[in-house]
Design a protein around this ligand. Structure first.
Ligand code: PMP
Length: 423
């Protein structure tokens, strides 16, 4: 298995849970942090701490250079044309809310249509639901196929002259399905929402990608998937909590009204009026999470060293091993892409399942007793759970620091569930 031995880079694995080795299988919720990320944040506070863009003094200049340096790093990471298209937020949730309450408020009117998918996390559903309610607009949903994949062929039929936005997750946090965004962009283009491409002006139908899950495992390449908005979170990709990224194509960002008002987002203020700052600072009111952004920079460095091709392969391989092991448990139901051998290409590092007759929370507690951390519940995707015909699942999710010993430990712990409940 790749990445052998990298657990030692992550201090948390030095501790035990309930007297057992920590087997962390909840990275889709939040990832653990390598020493280099923790050190980068600590070093910022110990050596450089000051506010950004404000001071003439040395520390402020160093802090500003570090903060803006990470913005440039993020630009290069996703292949954006300029750093001015990268806005730092608190996380994916805030990134999406920013788009809904600025671009959405300005561009969605009565009778307009927004398309989401049956896979969405509440973060990429509720903001659009609320916007549609406020504007008397219509929310349409790309349906799910029986095998846990999205029925992308239905997308073309959902697009019409009033469609303004297609907002999709690239990887389901609940069942791991990967959505082919390149194809989505093509379908949107074919439907008349042309010029989605970088540098190609502003199209009628905008595409927003919720990359909270996918970017951590596969990176993102705007030249390959020229979307209009991309949202993702630092904490799911080895970085600190409280930092998110919102990419917005410049032509669109220029037209968007400010999200929050205050310091930093203004250029000039009189008693009765204000002029907005340049991009992207117009969308970063107040003091940002400077140390967190510096930590994200260290996380990107760490991930680049491993390489995203290798990361996705590693996470999928572990998920594949987990699926194989789980399939040996009698009656166990797995959710997510099932399509023979092709499942491997359609799923990330997530496996979602239920044990017959045992509540997922009971499964989760018994696993926790064994030191195995998993997520149980609806995974902030209640409409999806309803479609799958369950209220909740047990979810194991893998990331770079996991290895086959974690799959084995989870299987042993699951055997305890079967023994205790006499399944
Ligand atoms: N979208 C998806 C697909 C997610 O998995 C998550 C996090 N679980 C979010 C959005 C929200 O991200 P955050 O909590 O970092 O804002």
């Amino acid at each position: 298995m790749m990445f052998n031995g990298i657990k030692k880079d992550f201090p948390i694995f030095d501790r035990e849970v309930n007297g057992k080795r920590l087997v962390y299988l909840d990275s889709a919720s939040t990832s653990q942090k390598p020493r280099s990320v923790i050190d980068a944040e600590k070093a910022f506070y110990e050596r450089m701490n000051a506010n950004v863009h404000r001071g003439i003094h040395a520390l402020s200049q160093e802090a500003t250079a570090a903060y803006e340096g990470v913005r440039e790093k993020v630009r290069a990471f996703i292949g954006a044309r300029e750093a001015g298209e990268i806005v730092f937020t608190r996380g994916t949730t805030e990134s999406i809310n920013l788009v809904a309450s600025t671009w959405g408020e300005q561009n969605i009117s009565e009778g307009d249509e927004i398309v989401v998918s049956a896979l969405e996390h509440h973060s990429n559903l509720v903001p659009w639901q609320q916007l549609c309610k406020r504007k008397k607009a219509l929310l349409k949903v790309i349906p799910l196929l029986k095998n846990g994949l999205l029925n992308i062929d239905a997308l073309g039929g959902l697009l019409g002259p009033r469609t303004k936005l297609v907002a999709l997750t690239q990887m389901s946090n609940a069942i791991g399905t990967i959505v082919p965004i390149k194809k989505v962009v093509q379908i949107v283009r074919d439907a008349g929402g042309a010029a989605v491409g970088a540098g190609g002006g502003s199209a009628r139908i905008k595409v927003l990608v919720d990359g909270a899950q996918s970017v951590a495992h596969a990176g993102f390449d705007l030249s390959e998937m020229p979307v209009d908005f991309l949202a993702f979170s630092s904490h799911k990709m080895l970085g600190p909590t409280g930092v998110g990224v919102l990419y917005v194509k410049r032509e669109i960002l220029e037209t968007m009204p400010p999200y929050q008002f205050g310091g930093e987002m203004v250029k000039e203020v009189s008693q009765t009026d204000a002029k907005w700052n340049d991009l992207p600072w117009r969308f970063e009111a107040g003091t940002p999470n400077i140390a967190g952004v510096v930590g994200l920079g260290a996380a990107l460095d760490y991930l680049h060293k491993l390489g995203f091709d290798a990361i996705l392969k590693h996470d999928r391989e572990l998920a594949g091993c987990a699926r194989e092991k789980l399939s040996q448990f009698p009656g166990l139901v797995m959710y997510g892409p099932e399509d023979g051998g092709r499942a491997e290409l359609m799923a990330g590092g997530i496996v979602s399942f239920n044990v017959p007759g045992v509540h997922p929370h009971d499964v989760g507690s018994i696993l926790d007793n064994e030191g195995v951390a998993v997520r149980t519940g609806h995974h902030c995707a209640q409409p999806l759970m309803e479609r799958l015909g369950c209220d909740a699942t047990v979810r194991v999710s893998f990331y770079v620091y996991n290895d086959i010993s974690d799959v084995d430990a989870a299987a042993l712990a699951l055997q305890k569930v079967y023994d205790i409940f006499n399944v």
